[in-house]
Design a protein. Structure first.
Length: 404
């Protein structure tokens, strides 16, 4: 058994898998969330999010007594902050959740504790966290230095594979100072099988933003190709497949846009920090944010041929085989279709959700029966098995190539 106790602040898509994994590795884990319903659900051994195998892991961790949840942090040896970092309407980062978490855990700290920020953050946020601790706990300042170790270790997992990637992926650890880096390295090497690589906190913060911006820029290239191909009456999927036969070309697939808390948000953190320099990153964001509007425009043209069309949208999540709708272009398209084509009935099938505000959800069978126009938005495995015969006589607008 591990002798360290860990407090994980934020029990969402990153925090809960992290807390339950650490508990099964022998750490004594306390998970913190501001929502009473989340705390109760976890203490009952259940989960409030969808992630493969997470339900069994949480039940095992709770039943063993190694994991419990609460509303307020308690004294621990390691504190992990895994709260959201959304962006404001002006595209700047909202770090208020991180600041609130820092204020909340400060009273529970003691000299020698390790505080790790895992939330994806603008450069300088880890230093901001340390300043909050200093102001709230001046008794922890020794010879002008904070006697608590502070570091940034950005999460870099893929929804749907989180439990595997928490252990197998390489991790970047950047401390506020070399001592903090060493302390964090030692902690993560207890349960991570991938390489745990040392740097400073500012580089670690930017590295995560760069990883997601790289993906966003490359998806923007694919999305722009889809617009060009449509204009030139060329099959973009065939085009990309042919281009990718070149040994040094690997174009990604286009879609209805880019969603999720990371790729659709993090590039703006770089742009807002260096607005006159991050020109490619800004343009990529603009291309990807425009794509849902383009999809709606194309579907609207098709719907104008019918008197009272029924439009069926396949998928609302931001990517296949998960329930996460954060920044989802599929959800954005579905809602925009309802707003911009008032004469149409817009229905949607999302097998991973039982309810979605502002959307009429139906079964896949029901959608296939009713819809005059089918809009493929998310390539869930359930949709990929739909036969061509079921699509006969319907107008198909496939944004993700699942019916090719």
């Amino acid at each position: 058994m591990n002798e360290l106790s860990v407090c994980v602040v934020g029990l969402g898509y990153i925090g809960l898998p992290t807390a339950s994994l650490l508990a099964t590795k022998g750490f004594e884990v306390l998970g913190i969330d501001v929502q009473e319903t989340v705390v109760k659900t976890i203490n009952d051994g259940k989960i409030h999010i969808v992630e493969p195998d997470l339900d069994a892991l949480v039940k095992s961790a709770v039943d063993s007594g190694q994991l419990r949840a609460a509303l307020t942090p308690e004294p621990s040896d390691v504190f992990i902050i895994a709260v959201p970092t959304p962006f404001r309407p002006d595209k700047t980062a909202d770090i208020s959740y991180i600041e609130a978490a820092s204020h909340a855990l400060a009273p529970a700290l003691k000299s020698g504790d390790l505080v790790v920020l895992e939330s994806t953050s603008p450069v300088g946020t880890t230093e901001r966290l340390a300043e909050i601790i200093k102001k709230g706990r001046p008794d922890l300042i020794k010879d002008g230095l904070l006697s608590v170790y502070v570091a940034h270790c950005p999460e870099r997992v893929l929804p749907g594979k989180i439990l595997h990637e928490l252990v197998e992926n390489d991790r970047i650890v950047g401390g506020l100072n070399p001592e903090s880096t060493d302390k964090a390295l030692a902690f993560y090497r207890r349960f991570v099988r991938g390489a745990v690589i040392a740097t400073d906190c500012r580089t670690a913060e930017l590295a995560k933003l760069v990883e997601n911006s790289y993906r966003d820029v490359n998806i923007a290239f694919a999305n722009e190709l889809s617009l060009i191909s449509h204009e030139l009456n060329i099959d973009v999927w065939e085009l990309i497949a042919l281009a990718n036969r070149h040994p040094r070309v690997n174009i990604l697939n286009p879609g209805p846009g880019v969603g999720g808390h990371c790729l659709a948000v993090d590039p703006w953190f770089i742009v807002s920090a260096t607005p006159n320099t991050a020109r490619v990153i800004r343009t990529a964001r603009e291309v990807n944010e425009h794509k849902p509007h383009w999809v709606v425009e194309q579907v609207s043209k098709a719907a104008s041929r019918l008197k009272s069309p029924v439009i069926g949208c396949l998928g609302l999540a931001y990517k296949p085989n998960i329930d996460d709708t954060r920044e989802s272009p599929a959800l954005e398209v579905t809602k925009m279709l309802s707003e911009e084509i008032p004469e149409a009935k817009v229905i949607a099938c999302e097998p991973h959700l039982s309810h979605q505000e502002g959307v009429t959800l139906v079964s896949l069978e029901n959608l296939l029966e009713q819809a005059d126009i089918i809009v493929g938005l998310v390539a869930h495995i359930q949709f990929r098995t739909v036969s061509r015969a079921r699509l006969q006589g319907k107008m198909i607008f496939d944004t993700c190539g699942m019916f090719r």
